[in-house]
Design a protein around this ligand. Structure first.
Ligand code: DC
Length: 211
C-alpha cells in the first residue's frame, strides 16, 4: 500500500503524512529531507547549488543516517533545497531511494512534490494538500517564532511564494496534482480536522479499490 501526499511549502503535508503513517502502521518518508540534505552537503563543501556536478555528487554520496539532522529544518535550507531540486541528475538519483522506500511492507506514506506524478504514479491513494498562501505563511511564521527564529511574516510569505513558483515551474517533475489526486484544502482546517478529512478520503479510496 502506497499513500502519496504532495503539496506546496508549509501546506501541512508533512505533519499529516506522519500522522497518517502512524494511524495505519505504515512507514513514512519526508522526501523534502532528501533535497534538504543534498543542499546542506553542497554548501558544506562551498559548492554551487544548481551545478549538476556539485549537486549530483552530493546526491550520489547522500547518507540517510543524517536525515534527522535538525539543521535540515532551518528555513534557509528549504530555499536551497528547492534550487538543488531543479537539477535533473539529483532527481534521478533520489528517485531510486524513494522508490525503494515506497516498496516497504506493509505500506508507506511519502510526502513531497512529485510523489503522485513521478515517484509513485501507481500509488494506491494520492492526496494533494493545498491552502491559501497567507494561511501557510502564518502557520510557518508561528512555528518558527515558537522555535525562537528571528523572522518576519513578510519574509516567510515571500519565501513561500518564491519557492512555490520555482517548484511548480521547473522543467523536471514540477509540483502539480496528479490527474487522479484527491485535493484537500486545509485553509480552514486545523491539524485534527485535516487528519480526519484525510483518513475519510483514504478509507473511501481503499474501499473503492476493494482492499
Ligand atoms: O517539503 P520541503 O519543504 O521539505 O521540500 C524542500 C524542497 O525540496 C522543495 O521546495 C522542493 C524540493 N522537493 C522536491 O522537489 N520534490 C520532493 N518530492 C520533495 C521536495
Amino acid at each position: 500500500m502506497i499513500i502519496a501526499i504532495d503539496g506546496p511549502a508549509a501546506s501541512g503535508k508533512g505533519t499529516l503524512a506522519k500522522r497518517i503513517a502512524r494511524h495505519f502502521g505504515f512507514h513514512h518518508l519526508d522526501t523534502g529531507l532528501l533535497y534538504r540534505a543534498v543542499a546542506r552537503d553542497v554548501r558544506a563543501v562551498d559548492g554551487t547549488l544548481d551545478s549538476p556536478e556539485d549537486a549530483g555528487k552530493a546526491a550520489e554520496n547522500l547518507d540517510p543516517e543524517t536525515f534527522d539532522d535538525p539543521t535540515l529544518r532551518h528555513p534557509g535550507i528549504g530555499n536551497a533545497a528547492s534550487v538543488v531540486a531543479q537539477v535533473p541528475i539529483v532527481r534521478t538519483i533520489l528517485r531510486k531511494f524513494q522508490e525503494d522506500f515506497a516498496a516497504r511492507e506493509p505500506g508507506a506514506v511519502l510526502d513531497g512534490r512529485d510523489i503522485g506524478t513521478v515517484v509513485c504514479p501507481h500509488a494506491d491513494v494520492k492526496i494533494f494538500v493545498i491552502a491559501d498562501t497567507g494561511v501557510r505563511a502564518e502557520r510557518r511564521f508561528l512555528e518558527l517564532h515558537e522555535r525562537g527564529e528571528a523572522v518576519t511574516r513578510e519574509e516567510i510569505f515571500d519565501q513561500i511564494e518564491r519557492r512555490d513558483k520555482r517548484d511548480s515551474e521547473r522543467a523536471d517533475s514540477p509540483m502539480k496534482p496528479a490527474a487522479d489526486a484527491l485535493l484537500l484544502d486545509t485553509t480552514k482546517l486545523g491539524i485534527d480536522e485535516t487528519f480526519d478529512a484525510a483518513v475519510e478520503l483514504i478509507k473511501r479510496k481503499i474501499g473503492q479499490l476493494g482492499a
